[in-house]
Design a protein. Structure first.
Length: 628
C-alpha cells in the first residue's frame, strides 16, 4: 500500500487549525463529560433558589437528549447495562428542573432500572454524598465524626495529605457537611421511595464497613486515631471546622471555583453552607458564577465542563503544529508560546507538601488554574517553551523552572504521577471504597511516565544518561502487562498507555529490539481492524484488561500508529493502513470518549482530540519516512 506524500495534507490541516486559534493565542475545545455536572448544576440552582431559568431549561434539554430509549443514562455509549449513578443524577435533576414530565414512560423505565440495580444505596460515594447534601439521602451514623480526619498529624501513617489532591478538594467540604449533617430543604419533589430507598440500616455500606469492622485494616487504625482525637469532642470539632474552612479558602481560584473543578466547587458550596455561610454570601455567589464560567455554550451544545481544557488544548496543538512544520517565526506559534508563558505557575501548591525545596514551575489544565499544576500539562507546555528559549531570557528562565519542577516530581519508584509526588499510600488503597486506588491516591502511571520520558528524550538529547531516566525505564519495564500492553490512567486505555510507554522508551534510546518493545509491537499489531484503524472500549477501564470496540476511532488509531512509527525504521503495511485510515476516516469517534477521569464513572470526549492527535501522527510519519 502506497501512501501519497503528506506535505500538502499537513499544510491544509495546519491552515485549518490555525484559523481556530483564539485571539489570546490559545486553542480551546469542549471538555465534554457525562451528565453529572449538568445535573448537579440544575439541583444547585433550584436548591439555592437562583433565578436562571434559561440555563436550567437548556441543561434539562441536554439531559433528556442523553437518555436512552430504555430510559437509562450511560457514561459511555456502549456501556452494557447503563450507569446507575448517572441515571439517578439525571432523574433527580429532572425532578428539580420542573421542565420535564416525570411520569412519562421513559422516566418510569428509569425508575425501574434504578430499583432493579439496588436503588440509591448502590450508587457511587460521590453521588450519595451529593444527594445527602440535598436532603435526598440520609447521612451515615456512627460514634466518631470523620471530620476529625483533617486533624490527624502529618506524621500519621494516614492523614489528610495522604489522599490525592483531587480527593482532598472533594473530601474537605464533604467532611463539613457530614459533620453537621447539613442538608438543604428540597422543593416539592416526587417521593424518593419511588427509587426504593429502604430503611435497612445499610445506606452507606462502604462507610459502615470502614468504621465498624474492627478486623479490617486500616479501619482499626482510623478508629484508634479518631478516638484519640475525640477526647475533647466540641473543641476538636471546632478546630476541624477551622481547618476545613482554611483549606477551602486557600484553594479558591480567582474565578471563585475550588481548584477550577466544577465538581469540587459544588461540594464547596454545600460545605460552606454547613459552616454557617449564607446562600447569598459573596463567596457563594462568586462560586456559582465560577461554575457558570466553565459552561461550554456554542452552537447546539451547552454543557457544564468539569474542568475546561484550554491549556491542555493549547499545549498539544502547539506541539502538533510545530511537529507538522510550523516555524517558531509563524505568528500562531509565537502567540501560543506567549500564552503558555503567561500561564506558568509561580505559586506553591499542595504538591510542596511532598516535594519541599523546589520552586513552582508547572502548568495546570484550565486557564483559571493557578494553584494545581500537573505533570502532563507541564511536559507538553515545555515542548513549546523550549523552542523559544533561545529567543528571550523569559522563555529560557521559564524552561529551566519548568524542567526542574518536572524532574523533581519523580516518585520513589521511578515513575511520575499526575499531580503530586509519592502520594501512593498502600493503607488508603485498602479502604473498602469502589475505585479507591484510582480516586483517592495519585500513584505513578505508565501514561504520565511515558509522556514525561518522551519530553525528556526530545527536549534534552542527553536525557538517557540521567538517573531519573534510567529509573523511569526500569519502572515501565516492571509494570508492563503480561500481554505486552501498558495501562493508561488518563486515556482509554491500554492503547493509550502502550502508546505513551513505547514513544517514551524509544525517545530516550531504548533499543527497539528489546523484548519489552517487541512484545508491545506484537500486541498492537493483533488489534488492528480491517479498516486499518484501532478502537478500544471504555469497558477496559472497568474490566482491568483490553476490551475491543466494534469500530475504529481516529484518536486511538493516531496513538497506535504513532507508537508503530516510533518503533519501525521503515513504514510497514500496518502503519500505512493506519495512516490511510487517518486520511480517509469519517470521524466515527465524534461522540465516543477517549479520555478517562474516573474509571467506570467519568469519561471525557475531548473535542480537540480528533484534530491534534491525528495531525501529530501524520507529522511523525512525514518527518521520519518522507523527509528522512
Amino acid at each position: 500500500m502506497q501512501i501519497i506524500p503528506l506535505s500538502e495534507e499537513l499544510k491544509k490541516r495546519i491552515d485549518l487549525l490555525c484559523r481556530e486559534q483564539k485571539d489570546d493565542g490559545s486553542w480551546q475545545y469542549c471538555f465534554e463529560g457525562p451528565v453529572m455536572t449538568d445535573a448537579y448544576m440544575i439541583i444547585l440552582l433550584r436548591s439555592l433558589e437562583v433565578d436562571n431559568e434559561p440555563l436550567i431549561q437548556q441543561l434539562t434539554e441536554r439531559l433528556l437528549t442523553k437518555q436512552g430509549p430504555n430510559g437509562i443514562w450511560k457514561v459511555y455509549p456502549n456501556e452494557r447495562s447503563g450507569n446507575l449513578s448517572a441515571t439517578v443524577e439525571a432523574v433527580i435533576a429532572l425532578w428539580y428542573s420542573q421542565y420535564a414530565d416525570v411520569n412519562n414512560d421513559s422516566m418510569k423505565k428509569a425508575y425501574a432500572f434504578i430499583r432493579a440495580h439496588g436503588g440509591l444505596k448502590k450508587t457511587g460515594l460521590l453521588t450519595k454524598t451529593f444527594l445527602a447534601m440535598n436532603g435526598l439521602y440520609p447521612w451515615p451514623r456512627f460514634p466518631l465524626n470523620p471530620a476529625l480526619l483533617i486533624l490527624l498529624p502529618r506524621f500519621s501513617p494516614v492523614n489528610f495529605y495522604s489522599f490525592s489532591s483531587y480527593a482532598r478538594a472533594h473530601f474537605a467540604p464533604a467532611l463539613a457537611a457530614f459533620e453537621h449533617r447539613h442538608a438543604i430543604k428540597r422543593p416539592s419533589l416526587p417521593d424518593p421511595s419511588i427509587l426504593e430507598v429502604r430503611d435497612d440500616h445499610s445506606y452507606w455500606p462502604e462507610i459502615d464497613t470502614l468504621f465498624s469492622d474492627k478486623h479490617l485494616f486500616p479501619a482499626s487504625f482510623f478508629n484508634n486515631e479518631l478516638y484519640k482525637l475525640s477526647e475533647m469532642p466540641q473543641e476538636r470539632l471546632t478546630l476541624a471546622d477551622q481547618r476545613i474552612e482554611e483549606y477551602i479558602l486557600s484553594h479558591i481560584e480567582a474565578n471563585g471555583t475550588l481548584l477550577s473543578y466544577a465538581s469540587s466547587t459544588f461540594f464547596m458550596i454545600y460545605g460552606l453552607l454547613a459552616l454557617d455561610y449564607q446562600k447569598d454570601a459573596p463567596i457563594i455567589l462568586k462560586a456559582i458564577a465560577g461554575i457558570e464560567s466553565l459552561i461550554w455554550d456554542e452552537a447546539t451544545l451547552i454543557h457544564v465542563q468539569n474542568s475546561p481544557s484550554k491549556i491542555w488544548d493549547t499545549g498539544l496543538m502547539s506541539y502538533a503544529l510545530k511537529e507538522a512544520g510550523c516555524s517558531i517565526d509563524d505568528p500562531p506559534l509565537k502567540e501560543a508560546a506567549h500564552y503558555l508563558l503567561d500561564k506558568q505557575q509561580h505559586v506553591l501548591g499542595d504538591w510542596v507538601y511532598h516535594n519541599r525545596n523546589t520552586k513552582a514551575g508547572g502548568w495546570g489544565f484550565s486557564a483559571s488554574n493557578s494553584l494545581h499544576p500537573d505533570l502532563d500539562d507541564t511536559q507538553v507546555a515545555l515542548r513549546t517553551i523550549q523552542s523559544f528559549s533561545s529567543q528571550s531570557e523569559a522563555f529560557t528562565e521559564s524552561y529551566q523552572r519548568g524542567i526542574t519542577w518536572l524532574l523533581s516530581m519523580q516518585n520513589h519508584d521511578g515513575g511520575w504521577a499526575a499531580f503530586e509526588k509519592n502520594t501512593d499510600s498502600r493503607l488508603i488503597s485498602l479502604l473498602p471504597i469502589a475505585n479507591i486506588k484510582r480516586a483517592a491516591i495519585d500513584p505513578s502511571t505508565p501514561d504520565i511516565t511515558g509522556r514525561v520520558l518522551h519530553a525528556l528524550g526530545t527536549l534534552n538529547k542527553d536525557s538517557q544518561h540521567l538517573y531519573q531516566t534510567r529509573a523511569a525505564i526500569s519502572w515501565l519495564k516492571k509494570v508492563q502487562e503480561q500481554d505486552g500492553s501498558w495501562y493508561g490512567r488518563w486515556g482509554v486505555c491500554y492503547i493509550y498507555g502502550t502508546w505513551a510507554a513505547i514513544t517514551g522508551l524509544c525517545s530516550v534510546g531504548v533499543p527497539t529490539e528489546e523484548p519489552v518493545i517487541q512484545k508491545a509491537l506484537l500486541w498492537l499489531l493483533t488489534l488492528q481492524h480491517e479498516d486499518g484503524g484501532w478502537g478500544e472500549s471504555c469497558e477496559s477501564d472497568v474490566a482491568g484488561h483490553y476490551m475491543p470496540l466494534s469500530f475504529s476511532t481516529v484518536v486511538q488509531t493516531a496513538w497506535a500508529t504513532d507508537a508503530l512509527i516510533a518503533i519501525c525504521d521503515k513504514p510497514n503495511d500496518a502503519i500505512n493502513r493506519g495512516i490511510e485510515y487517518l486520511l480517509t476516516s469519517s470521524k466515527t469517534d465524534a461522540l465516543y470518549p477517549t479520555g478517562s477521569g474516573l474509571p467506570g464513572a467519568f469519561y471525557i470526549h475531548y473535542h480537540g482530540y480528533p484534530k491534534y492527535w491525528p495531525l501529530l501522527t501524520l507529522a511523525h510519519y512525514h518527518n521520519k519516512y518522507e523527509k528522512g
